[in-house]
Design a protein around this ligand. Structure first.
Ligand SMILES: Cc1cc2nc3c(=O)[nH]c(=O)nc-3n(C[C@H](O)[C@H](O)[C@H](O)COP(=O)(O)OP(=O)(O)OC[C@H]3O[C@@H](n4cnc5c(N)ncnc54)[C@H](O)[C@@H]3O)c2cc1C
Length: 531
């Protein structure tokens, strides 16, 4: 009996679509299944500030007709509170049976996955970082280039972070800085020598956001709507690429199928699950299965296949957030601008440990987001911040993933239990990082507001990886350099779950490049076998 398809890909997020392109281009019959269903939530058309003044119905998109924003008090990112993104996270934990203790277990059941709501920060790993991977670093460089050019990346290629970001010089020009970031950057260009001993380097953020038109998408118009959705599709979203894949006759896409199991059927593999429409069991067979359901969902599917209840390590980056005040900007009007990371920094902290972070404008983020951190009554806090926020920037900081001690284990009832913890050195490292950032930004005319440096919960970074790590000589529960699960030839892991290491840098471009690398190698192998 022949399989229905050559390859079945589970998941249509950044990893799934990146794996799909080389396979369909090579002529293979590919089925992509996704547990999410398409939604048609229109992103705001006016700029954020105009809509806040003029739109009488704004409560609907600010809070949600079902009061979504008010129910999400524990949200780790304001993106999880924005009603327009509610569909991205809806039902993920219930239908994938994932639960966290002391761990923010965030995942998506929506076409395009978490890229519907991500921060678009991109970076390439260096040769030194890739030394922890089981293949030569040159094997992934072509894939970095292919993916970055396909999705569209903007950012300068001649600043102090060019080498750190390591992207090819093709990037589109950076998106315009707002006045506060312009002032920071102008100071940095004068003072960079004084900041070098602190290990602080500043540069334009590299983001998967268009500053020029690309592949039918429009350039960013600085509307401050990034948090709420981009009507121009300037922000990369994997869901946009499903339509491109559908133009290939040998590609088929099925939404609403939540895969719960993978089984061997003779020589082939079958994905089985519940089709949400009609609540019926469905399956499809492939000669190979590629798991791209996002690290958490993929880990559960793989552990079920392995029938393993041994705990596995789950990498994620310890994080912190802070608020900067720039006295020079006090009294300036709030203006529209780009809502994601505008400037980024790398910070050498101790020996071989670096931190990475970006700063964001406060326009486009509801004031209430900050008021909860002030030691004032909410009413006074909001009044104070309304006056202060146009002279403030929000910053984040990520440490490398090996500093987390999270664990994932498959319960007897088939659910995935996650437990979060940071390693003991994290509080010292974050204290050191806060002190260095305070000094560096002071030198640039910005004041790190006291009590604003807050450490995030384990899992709050949403950069999950490493549960089924790639090894040169894999063992049970590990994958080979093609992402094949040891003992289950034909089942390949192509998302963050197979990354063996997680640096402090944004990791999604690496997830995508690795998926492209694996799929490219599979396509080559396939045609070799057919000859
Ligand atoms: C607020 C926020 C900000 C972020 N910022 C950044 C950033 O700036 N830079 C960065 O690098 N990363 C960032 N990330 C992380 C980034 O979004 C993820 O790393 C990336 O989306 C992972 O891609 P993926 O394809 O592996 O998984 P996902 O994006 O999670 O996609 C998984 C896909 O699988 C489907 N699926 C899940 N379970 C099943 C199932 N059982 N059956 C069938 N289909 C299933 C889902 O519907 C989805 O389409 C951010 C994430 C969030 C939420």
């Amino acid at each position: 009996m022949d399989a229905d398809f050559d390859i079945v890909i589970v998941g249509s997020g950044p990893a799934g679509v990146s794996a799909a392109f080389p396979l369909v281009e090579a002529g293979l019959r590919v089925l992509m299944v996704d547990g999410g269903e398409q939604t048609n939530i229109a992103p705001p058309m006016q700029s954020f500030l105009d809509a806040r003044i003029q739109d009488k119905e704004q409560w609907k998109w600010m809070i949600g007709e079902d009061f979504h924003a008010l129910q999400m008090r524990e949200a780790v990112s304001p993106k999880l509170r924005a009603p327009a993104h509610e569909f991205v996270f809806r039902n993920f934990s219930t239908l994938n049976r994932v639960e966290g203790r002391d761990f923010a277990a965030i995942g998506s059941l929506a076409p395009g996955g978490l890229s519907n709501a991500w921060g678009c920060g991109v970076a390439r790993l260096s040769d030194a970082e890739l030394a922890q991977f089981p293949f030569p670093s040159s094997d992934i460089f072509k894939s970095y280039k292919v993916v970055a050019r396909r999705i569209g990346v903007s950012g300068a290629n001649d600043d102090d972070l060019s080498e750190y970001f390591g992207l090819d010089p093709w990037a589109q020009p950076p998106i315009a800085l707002d006045a506060a970031h312009q002032s920071l950057y102008a100071n940095y260009t004068k003072q960079r020598k004084k900041l070098a001993p602190l290990g602080f380097r500043l540069g334009r953020s590299r983001v998967a956001v268009l500053s020029d038109e690309h592949a039918g998408r429009k350039a960013c118009n600085n509307s401050s709507n990034c948090l709420w959705g981009c009507a121009r599709r300037a922000l990369y979203n994997a869901a946009d690429e499903i339509a491109m894949l559908r133009q290939f006759e040998n590609f088929q896409y099925e939404s609403g199928l939540v895969v719960g199991d993978i089984q061997r059927v003779g020589k082939h593999w079958s994905v089985c699950g519940i089709q949400k429409e009609g609540n019926v069991c469905r399956s499809a067979t492939g000669r190979k299965i590629l798991l791209a359901a996002g690290t958490l969902a993929t880990t559960r599917l793989a552990l079920r296949l392995l029938k393993s209840s041994n705990p596995v390590r789950l990498l994620s980056c310890p994080t912190a957030a802070f608020l900067l005040w720039m006295p020079r900007m006090f009294g300036a009007a709030r203006t529209s601008g780009f809502g994601l990371g505008q400037l980024s920094f790398s910070l050498a902290i101790q020996d071989t440990i670096s931190g990475f972070g970006s700063t964001f404008a406060t326009t486009g983020i509801p004031v209430a987001e900050f008021a909860c951190h002030l030691p004032l009554r909410r009413r006074y806090g909001v009044d104070l911040l309304k006056n202060l926020l146009s002279s403030c920037l929000v910053g984040n900081l990520f440490l490398p993933g090996h500093l987390s001690n999270n664990k994932a284990v498959l319960n007897e009832d088939g659910s995935l239990h996650l437990e979060g913890a940071y390693s003991e050195s994290v509080s010292g490292l974050l204290g050191d990082a806060a002190a260095r950032l305070r000094k560096a930004y002071w030198q640039l005319g910005a004041f790190l507001l006291p009590m604003s440096f807050t450490v995030g919960r384990p899992g709050g970074d949403i950069h999950y990886a490493g549960t089924l790590p790639m090894r040169k000589k894999p063992d049970s529960g590990e994958t080979d350099l093609m992402g094949a699960l040891y003992g289950f030839s034909g089942v390949h892991i192509v998302d963050g779950a197979c990354l063996p290491a997680l640096s402090e840098k944004s990791h999604t471009l690496t997830v995508m490049a690795n998926a492209d690398r694996i799929a490219r190698a599979l396509a080559l192998q396939w045609h070799g076998i057919q000859k």
